[in-house]
Design a protein around this ligand. Structure first.
Ligand SMILES: NC(=O)C1=CN([C@@H]2O[C@H](COP(=O)(O)OP(=O)(O)OC[C@H]3O[C@@H](n4cnc5c(N)ncnc54)[C@H](O)[C@@H]3O)[C@@H](O)[C@H]2O)C=CC1
Ligand SMILES: O=C([O-])CC(=O)C(=O)O
Length: 311
């Protein structure tokens, strides 16, 4: 199985590293526009093989899309990350042009591929990829909800003082500081509602910390995060390539689900060899429904901005 990752920067290279280390794909192609950069990252990752015991072939290329031919999955991480104080939405002006040309190039050599969108603002870039390529909606998947859910589970585990892998929880809605919706009502500690262990006040703090999880890391690091984002992409790619049919919150094109149409937004999906195999339209309460509608309005407004940027 072959995976191409466009953008060999922090997230792209980490994702290549995790995919190789875990043996998720037999071949990984890293592509970047910076001369020699992807080649260097690929070589560095390959030189871990004998110490960590993987056999994935990792190849780096400078803007040579012919080497990406027949990829089963293509991950798009090309573009600029935010700096402290910025929102993800502010990246739209530069990243929209990059993403549009990247997906066009990818499809020339891998017309049947499944695209995983990472570049921010991710919901808008997912929508852009869908509309500009005309690909069926099951083949364009935005990565954000899985990362936000990982952060949610981490903050819950810290509040509970219990291992994160015993905590389950999901974040839906837009992948933005004010648009994501951590579903605290449905979060559980090994099946037991977390509300039996944590006060409403603590749960609200966990939700607030989750929503600004990316901004907090950007403030600490000076650029946005990469370890958890890279691992989240690898998890998603694994579910596709190995047809695991995991339930993952992803940004996908909705047609009536959650009362929304014509946007890409984070909802629980079954992810398998065909990409998005099912969208789960779960029952939300009135408060969650209102938050989702508000989030969808914000996501839709960003899509409208694309019209002027790409005109
Ligand atoms: N959806 C999500 O959950 C997350 C999204 N992100 C987003 O992912 C993107 C990448 O972040 P980082 O890896 O930290 O940035 P980075 O700056 O480390 O890497 C980006 C890479 O893209 C390359 N690039 C730029 N234009 C290109 C083009 N036309 N073709 C090929 N490569 C090109 C650059 O040369 C650079 O190496 C950002 O937009 C960031 O906001 C980051 C973390 C999580
Ligand atoms: O915070 C950012 O800008 C990058 C990102 O999407 C995340 O880490 O969630």
């Amino acid at each position: 199985m072959k995976v191409t990752i466009v953008g060999a920067g922090n997230v792209g290279a980490t994702c290549a590293d995790v995919i190789s280390y875990r043996g998720i794909a037999s071949e990984v192609v890293l592509l970047d526009i910076k001369e020699g950069f992807a080649e260097g990252k690929a070589l560095d990752i390959m030189q871990c093989a004998t110490d960590t015991g993987f056999n994935t072939r990792v190849i780096g290329v400078t803007n040579d899309y012919s080497k990406t031919a027949n990829s089963d999955v293509v991950v798009v991480t090309s573009g600029i990350p935010r700096k402290p104080g910025m929102t993800r939405e502010e990246l739209i002006g530069i990243n929209a042009g990059i993403v549009k040309s990247v997906v066009e190039n990818i499809l020339k050599y891998s017309p049947e591929t499944i695209i995983v969108m990472v570049s921010n603002p991710m919901d808008t870039m997912t929508y852009l990829a869908l509309k500009s390529t005309g690909l069926p909606k099951n083949r364009i998947i935005g990565m954000g909800g899985i990362l936000d859910s990982s952060r949610f589970r981490t903050y819950l585990s810290l509040a509970l003082d219990k291992p994160a892998n015993d905590v389950s929880g999901m974040v839906i809605g837009g992948h933005g500081d004010t648009t994501m919706i951590p579903l605290t009502r449905l979060a559980s500690y090994n099946g037991i509602p977390v509300s039996q262990f944590l006060s409403e006040e603590v749960l609200q703090k966990v939700a607030a910390d989750t929503m600004v999880g990316g901004a907090t890391l950007t403030g600490l690091l000076g650029t946005s995060a990469w370890y958890a984002p890279g691992a989240s992409v690898a998890f998603l790619v694994d579910s596709i390539l190995n047809d695991q049919k995991r339930m993952i919150a992803c940004s996908v094109y909705v047609e009536g689900e959650y009362g929304q149409n014509d946007i890409c937004i984070g909802v629980p999906c079954i992810i398998g060899k065909n990409g998005v195999e099912e969208i789960l339209d779960i029952q939300l309460n009135d408060n969650e429904k209102a938050l989702f509608a508000k989030s969808a309005d914000a996501v839709r407004a960003m899509n409208d901005a694309l019209k002027t940027i790409l005109a």
